[in-house]
Design a binder for this molecule. Structure first.
Ligand code: AMP
Length: 210
């Protein structure tokens, strides 16, 4: 299965991608996680990306296209992958097509903006592995500690309310056109956000026929 997760920031792409990754036995590639690791490590890509990320803007397409070309190259991606947070612009999607990146399905999780703003306020993210939790909807077993790797959970800098608003605007202007892009190619599946993670997962399984 070669899948793209679409949807606004905070729609639950990362959470559902992890669940799907386990069910389907294919890796998740999250450009957000790759970029945060690069920022933390102070690599040239991290230094270039940081100011865009802090402002809730998109990192330039050429940086992302380079990351994706490298990430999909590995043998672990041969049987499939789940792309979380990429492509986010039409030029990124076109570049992926030109590189021969195959896609079976683009899955869009629809959530209204007010729910997103509320949800981001409670999000907690692991500093080490990038796993995402929510203080109410998806709490870790032990407060402030990642269930996956035991490292500390923090509030992402770009989850601050003003930055979330900027990220939503960026989503509507630059990423939403991808819905039409994949619809035209017959690849788009849309699911409505549900009150719980499990209920949204069930809708996704139905939409994918798995
Ligand atoms: P995410 O964790 O997917 O919400 O991504 C966090 C931030 O990383 C975004 O707000 C962007 O600044 C940057 N980013 C992640 N993926 C992309 C992408 N495909 N294109 C441009 N910027 C990205």
């Amino acid at each position: 299965m070669k899948l793209i997760m679409l949807g606004a920031p905070g729609a639950g792409k990362g959470t559902q991608a992890e669940i799907l990754s386990k069910k389907l036995g294919v890796p998740t590639i999250s450009t957000g996680n790759i970029l945060r690791a690069a920022v933390k490590a102070g690599t040239p890509i991290g230094l270039k990306a940081k100011s865009f990320m802090d402002a809730g803007a998109l990192v330039p397409d050429d940086v992302i296209i380079g990351i994706i070309a490298e990430a999909l190259h590995g043998p672990e991606c041969e049987s499939g992958y789940i792309l979380d947070g990429v492509p986010r612009t039409i030029p990124q999607a076109e570049a992926m097509e030109q590189q021969g990146v195959e896609i079976d399905c683009a899955l869009d999780i629809e959530v209204d903006d007010d729910t997103i703003v509320e949800r981001m306020a409670g999000r907690r993210t692991c500093v080490a592995c990038g796993a995402s939790f929510h203080v109410v909807n998806n709490p870790p077993k032990q407060e402030g500690v990642c269930d996956m790797c035991g490292q500390a959970l923090t509030i992402r800098k770009d989850d601050a309310p003003e930055t979330v608003k900027a990220r939503l605007e960026t989503y509507h202007t630059q990423t939403e056109p991808l819905l039409a892009f994949y619809r035209e190619r017959g690849k788009l599946r849309t699911v409505e956000n549900q009150p719980t993670i499990e209920a949204t997962t069930a809708e996704i399984y139905k939409a994918l026929g798995i």
